[in-house]
Design a protein around this ligand. Structure first.
Ligand code: ZN
Length: 197
């Protein structure tokens, strides 16, 4: 039996876009360092595997965590300042691309675990999902995009500038297209501004 046809709106947002065409990206933003994250939000209980072990989240993260709907399609669990920021970004994204609101979904936000580099290498470092400050996106009916080489799906390409503007780094920086995280500079600023207490 033939598979049901994919939603054409969803399919459209999966169209490959050359990364070259959206450069420069992540200007002035660097990946959040483990030392920065532990300094500001505390360390999860270790050891950790590469599976989500959210009961091991740091005390500070547990105090700040919340689950909030982002659209009729999905909700996110993360720390409150990050959820506030994602909502601001998505409001701008959906205003510019109303159809995306009907098909954008997530592969998760808070997930206390070690990193899983898309290269397949083993990492002992903690994933930034461990603090609920990273989020992975996908389109309903499609796998979340990982290492998509020289292209990214259109929905990622159009979200990058909006996330960058609010201080989120795109995972294109390390071949993980679905991924956005609060940049090192941004988490330090939020801490200075008293948003993380
Ligand atoms: Zn991720």
């Amino acid at each position: 039996m033939a598979k049901p046809a994919k939603n054409p709106i969803a399919q459209g947002f999966m169209t490959p876009v050359p990364i070259q065409s959206i450069l420069p990206i992540n200007v002035g933003l660097t990946p959040a360092q483990e030392a920065t994250m532990i300094s500001i939000l505390g360390s999860p209980s270790i050891p950790l595997t590469t599976d989500c072990q959210n009961a091991k989240a740091s005390t500070r993260v547990k105090a700040l965590v919340e689950t909030r709907p982002m659209s009729d399609v999905f909700k996110l669990t993360g720390i409150r300042p990050a959820l506030n920021s994602v909502q601001k970004v998505l409001a701008a994204v959906f205003a510019a691309n109303p159809d995306l609101k009907t098909v954008l979904s997530t592969e998760g936000m808070l997930c206390v675990r070690r990193r899983k580099p898309t290269s397949g290498a083993v990492s002992k470092k903690l994933s930034n999902h461990s603090w609920g400050t990273a989020v992975d996106f996908k389109i309903v009916g499609f796998d979340a995009p990982g290492n998509t080489k020289q292209d990214v799906p259109k929905f990622i390409a159009l979200m990058v500038p909006h996330f960058n503007k609010e201080g989120w780094l795109s995972g294109i920086a390390f071949n993980d297209s679905m991924h956005f995280e609060v940049a090192d500079e941004t988490i330090k600023q939020w801490s200075k501004d008293g948003k993380l207490v």
